[in-house]
Write a protein that binds this ligand. Structure first.
Ligand code: AKG
Ligand code: FE2
Length: 422
């Protein structure tokens, strides 16, 4: 998910290419199980017993009253996903056709899609690269039932936050703590608080597209509402942080089999921070969703932010420029009301503050390294130009050779192993 101004179309997977990920995705689906769906009573029993939730578990609430869902979400920390099945308090669903019409009506919408078919040198299979496409083109692709995945659209719903979450003060950290509150303000360019603004998104996909396992950016809690269609939402729930970290550093899907949750019209899923997931569109699907930070799970969100610094590809988005300021502001707010007003203990705050310090340090190091590299490149360029001038024959002499012939062709790098970010 990303900011509204930058809707992206993904052909299968944005960062890798379909030729490279299709077999991997098939393996994930083939080994998936139903996981461990828990009823409300089983969920409460687990909590009362104080035992950790089994990996792959999630709570399913079917036909629950809105007030019941509200109090469950309010009373307990979100540690496993909750699937709220379509029931009487669901509002009208926004159809696939309705959304399609609206998107086309936006006219010249710049969207990214892989439009160039190229053959991968190694596999000989098609390689798709993201490219900007006008609406008319992608709309034609929808008509032909070719696979496209449009992510990061604005939400097509007037009130995108589920009714049972809307008034809960615990889930408003992302919205209520402005980045500008931070005392450090490392870089005035980052004052624009995109994280406060972009808390909603729309997903629009034709049948057959998928996303590879990822966690949502900056350890957000994600709600996703299936408006129309069937999405197989594969996820790895209740993973301890060390297991998430292990996955982040590897190039493989999480070691456990995925839990496959079938989402249909009106179903809403709420995922805790750092829940790896890999959704697959079984049919054409239209979805809307929201993002949150909650006080009670803020430490886990901070840990995911820290992990993203080392392994940026665990998420499917670029980091928000205001992230450091935002985290600093959250630490400040937490400091003021520690142990009170829903904020966790000073022990948790202390760990969070250390994480923020580390993040600040790493971001600074990265910036300095980039500046050094830029300077080096500039110096090299200047040196080369000066050398050429010296060798330039007098007017009327031999024609100078084109510079650096060997780099004339473009290299396509196929990365096997994920690179460490910083
Ligand atoms: O539906 C998809 O392909 C991906 C949705 C998702 O996980 C995301 O936008 O982060
Ligand atoms: Fe996601």
């Amino acid at each position: 998910m990303a900011g509204h101004k930058d809707p992206k179309i993904r052909w299968y997977d944005a960062k890798s290419q379909m030729a490279h990920t299709m077999d991997d995705f098939r393996d994930i689906i083939n080994s998936a199980t139903v996981g461990t769906p828990l009823t409300r009573d089983q969920f409460l029993h687990h909590l009362a017993a104080g035992v950790p939730f089994p990996r792959g578990s999630y709570l399913v609430l079917s036909g629950a009253r809105e007030s019941d869902v509200r109090s469950l979400v309010h009373d307990f920390e979100l540690t496993i996903p909750i699937l709220v099945r379509h029931n009487q308090h669901s509002t009208r669903n926004v159809s696939f056709a309705e959304t399609r019409k609206k998107l086309v009506g936006l006219g010249e919408q710049h969207v990214y899609t892989p439009a160039h078919e190229r053959l991968d040198r190694k596999t000989g299979k098609a390689l798709w690269l993201p490219q900007v496409l006008p609406c008319s083109v992608w709309d034609g692709m929808v008509s032909e039932q070719r696979p496209i995945n449009i992510l990061s659209l604005p939400s097509q719903r007037d009130r995108p936050v589920p009714a049972w979450l809307e008034d809960d003060p615990d889930y408003r950290v992302l919205r209520d703590v402005p980045a500008t509150e931070s005392a450090t303000e490392l870089d005035p360019r980052h004052r624009e608080d995109s994280l406060s603004k972009c808390r909603e998104f729309g997903l629009f996909a034709t049948a057959g597209v998928y996303s590879m396992p990822h966690v949502d950016r900056h350890g957000v809690i994600t709600t996703a509402r299936c408006e129309e269609g069937t999405k197989l939402w594969l996820l790895w729930s209740a993973l301890p942080m060390d297991v998430v970290a292990e996955w982040a550093a590897s190039n493989d899907p999480p070691a456990d089999p995925a839990a496959a949750i079938v989402m249909e019209d009106g179903d809403i899923l709420i995922m805790p921070p750092g829940t790896p997931h890999a959704p697959y569109s079984v049919t054409n699907v239209n979805m809307n969703g929201t993002m949150h930070w909650s006080k009670r799970t803020m430490l886990r969100s901070g840990r995911i932010c820290r992990l993203e610094i080392d392994w940026p590809e665990i998420t499917n988005e670029e980091p928000a420029p205001c992230l450091v300021e935002k985290l600093t502001a959250v630490a400040g707010r937490w400091h003021k009301s520690v142990g009170d007003d829903g904020w966790p203990s000073s022990e948790e705050l202390h760990i969070f503050e250390e994480l923020v310090e580390e993040i600040i340090q790493k971001v600074r190091e990265k910036k300095e390294r980039e500046e050094r590299e830029n300077l080096q490149r500039e110096t090299q360029k200047k040196g080369k130009r000066a050398g050429e001038k010296k060798q330039k024959p007098a007017a009327g002499g031999l024609q100078a050779q084109p510079r650096n012939k060997r780099t004339g062709g473009m290299q396509i790098a196929t990365r096997k192993k994920r690179k460490k970010g910083i």
